[in-house]
Design a protein around this ligand. Structure first.
Ligand SMILES: C[S@@+](CC[C@H](N)C(=O)[O-])C[C@H]1O[C@@H](n2cnc3c(N)ncnc32)[C@H](O)[C@@H]1O
Length: 366
């Protein structure tokens, strides 16, 4: 091996060690997030003993001890000695800032659950898919749907009403929402976003549409519980709505939060949006910020993570019934071209305040 090759060899050996450590750390952090250990430790104002953590959390001491071993080796939790020489554990506030519910939009802890969850749902099916080319149905991901709702909560609650909507059409949209317009959210999932909008703008009328019966039933239940009356939920396949006269020009504002790229017929879905939108209406498509050329995503700060989520979920669910399977990294160029093909003339792509994961495609018919 020449000098260059030896250096590459050693660097890659180190990288492999890092990969094994960080992959393991991600899994253990997902457990810390899910069991509430990060939340509990974040409240400590000084280092605490294992017994104290076990008592506060109500969790098993032996399991916590092993988990703390991982957190210390990974430099997530700090360890020090008490005067009587017992280990004390502390989650620095700077770490808690990214690992707990108080972190709001900075809560990256919630994402540690994503790869372990997808592994449980679909690792075997994805490996099979490499051989058969078949897609994987949404029904294989029951736990992932509720995880999506948790993500939507973390994402939308802080930003949607106060930061995202005021950006649209230089503040004009908010004025219309306050006076009363018809709004639709496509692929609404459990309805987090549309429920927030319905509660904030009482004079407007809201419709959430999704293809999944489970999520629509949950959304209807939540709307009832929250006594939100200006909202309906419909169980529909978005891609078929351009064939239904009752949807023609029906909405003044349509949103799609990360719900176009994993559809089996995204072009038909976008054509339906065009059909459903009033002539002066606006379509907000929020979708993953990436380039359509995989080589350009080499510099993407979360490229490996997002491509993995796509491989394990978005791409295969979009491939069901010979669907197009765009995957979440379909990128700006493909997404813009498809919006144009669906009929949109005026397409602006903006970054979103407090959401570095996504682009905001603001689309008008004319
Ligand atoms: C990634 S989730 C996003 C959910 C939600 N918008 C959010 O921000 O959390 C995509 C959603 O699109 C829905 N979906 C997929 N294909 C659809 C279709 N053809 N018509 C309607 N909804 C669809 C799925 O059931 C799922 O709830």
């Amino acid at each position: 091996m020449n000098k260059n090759s030896t250096e590459k060899h050693q660097a890659f050996a180190q990288k492999m060690v890092d990969i094994l450590n960080y992959g393991s750390l991600n899994l253990a952090m997902a457990i810390g997030y899910k069991t509430g250990l990060f939340e509990i430790m974040d409240k400590f104002t000084s280092p605490k003993s294992l017994s104290f953590i076990a008592k506060e959390s109500g969790l098993n001491k032996r399991y916590i001890h092993e988990w703390l071993g991982i957190m210390i080796a990974g430099n997530i939790v700090e360890v020090s000695l008490s005067p009587d020489e017992n280990n004390l554990f502390y989650l620095p506030k700077e770490h808690g800032d990214f690992l707990t519910k108080r972190s709001g939009c900075d809560n990256l802890g919630v994402y540690t659950q994503e790869i372990p969850l997808l592994t449980t749902c679909s690792m075997d099916l994805v490996i099979e898919g490499f051989k058969t080319g078949q897609g994987i149905s949404y029904s294989s991901y029951p736990k992932f749907q509720s995880f999506m709702a948790e993500l939507a909560d973390a994402k939308h609650k802080e930003v949607l009403i106060n930061k995202f909507l005021p950006q649209v059409d230089k503040g004009e949209l908010i004025k219309h929402l306050l006076t009363g317009i018809n709004v639709c959210d496509l692929g609404c999932g459990h309805g987090t976003a549309i429920l927030l909008m319905a509660k904030a703008f009482k004079k407007s009328r809201f419709t959430g549409i999704d293809i999944s019966k489970t999520v629509i039933n949950k959304a209807i239940k939540d709307a009832k519980l929250q006594k939100t009356e200006n909202i309906d939920f419909l169980l529909k396949d978005v891609s078929t709505l351009m064939n239904d006269n009752s949807f023609k020009n029906r909405f003044d504002y349509i949103t799609a939060f990360d719900s176009i790229h994993d559809q089996t017929k995204p072009l038909s879905a976008l054509k339906s949006v065009f059909y459903m939108l009033s002539d002066n209406g606006i379509f907000s498509m929020v979708d993953i910020a990436a380039d359509s050329d995989i080589a350009k995503n080499r510099e993407h700060p979360m490229g490996s993570f997002l491509y993995t989520v796509s491989l394990m979920h978005c791409m295969p669910v979009g491939m069901v019934d010979n669907g197009s399977g765009q995957g979440m990294m379909w990128g700006k160029q493909k997404a813009s071209a498809m919006l144009a093909e669906a009929g949109f003339i005026n397409i602006e792509v903006e970054n979103i305040v407090d959401d570095t994961f996504n682009y905001h495609y603001i689309c008008k018919k004319y």
